[in-house]
Design a protein around this ligand. Structure first.
Ligand SMILES: C[S@@+](CC[C@H](N)C(=O)[O-])C[C@H]1O[C@@H](n2cnc3c(N)ncnc32)[C@H](O)[C@@H]1O
Length: 217
């Protein structure tokens, strides 16, 4: 991805080193100690949501796909960062995933429609404000089946309830550019999902909003 692209900073941090420590550090330690949203219940939430054809936007290490996607689900991985595609693609190699190097902020270069899609811990990496992030939701909605489902989580901004440690980490990540979510709210997440989907559920656990949206408009 071009360094001048507005999406560059949100994906640039996923180096091979970060991906090597991501599961224990981010999904283990940070999820529980900083965001107060432990990972095992998120795996359980995701488990029932995968459809036959699934599009995973921003798969990271592929952890949630390995733990939660049923064996019969056909997986497409979409990410602008080649390190991510190599890591998640390698982990899931036995399932023969399709890999697409692309930015969710642009129309998605995919074949056909999907029964499910995930934006798991991706919205907080996209450039704000929320109305700008709505482009990503629209792009995913456009490649789902009429009864398709979009699910995921996102770290919320400073207007929501956080511990002092979470606030400090939020500010540091926003200063560095890995996150751009200081203005993100649970209500804002609901609003941008409702712009593109008929049925939307959003609930907050610790610093994180969980969402499920079905029936794209
Ligand atoms: C915090 S990781 C989330 C990994 C995984 N989904 C999870 O829940 O643990 C964010 C992921 O979003 C990807 N990402 C960031 N900006 C993106 C963009 N504009 N389009 C698609 N993916 C993006 C990153 O490369 C990375 O794979």
């Amino acid at each position: 991805m071009d360094r001048d692209d507005p999406s560059y900073k949100g994906q640039a941090g996923y180096t091979r080193f970060l991906l090597a420590i991501y599961d224990p550090w981010v999904l283990g330690f940070m999820a529980r100690a900083v965001w107060r949203c432990p990972t095992p219940p998120v795996v359980e939430r995701y488990r029932g949501l995968f459809g036959r054809r699934h599009l995973d936007v921003g798969p990271g290490t592929g952890y949630f796909l390995e733990k939660a996607a049923p064996a019969e689900t056909e997986i497409t991985l979409l990410d602008p960062n080649p390190n991510v595609l190599a890591r998640a693609g390698g982990r899931l190699a036995a399932r023969n995933p399709t890999e697409i190097q692309a930015d969710v902020m642009k129309p998605l270069p995919v074949d056909g429609r999907y029964d499910s899609a995930a934006l798991s811990a991706v919205l907080h990496c996209l450039r704000g404000p929320m109305d700008h992030k709505a482009i990503a939701i629209r792009n995913v909605a456009d490649v789902l089946e009429p009864d398709g489902v979009l699910f995921g989580v996102t770290v919320l901004g400073t207007a929501e309830r956080h511990t002092p440690q979470a606030r400090a980490v939020l500010r540091a990540f926003n200063w560095h550019g890995d996150f751009d979510n200081l203005g993100d709210t649970a209500e804002g997440v609901r609003r941008i999902l409702e712009d593109s989907f008929r049925t939307v559920e959003v609930d907050v656990v610790g610093s994180i909003a969980h969402f499920t949206a079905t029936a794209p408009r």
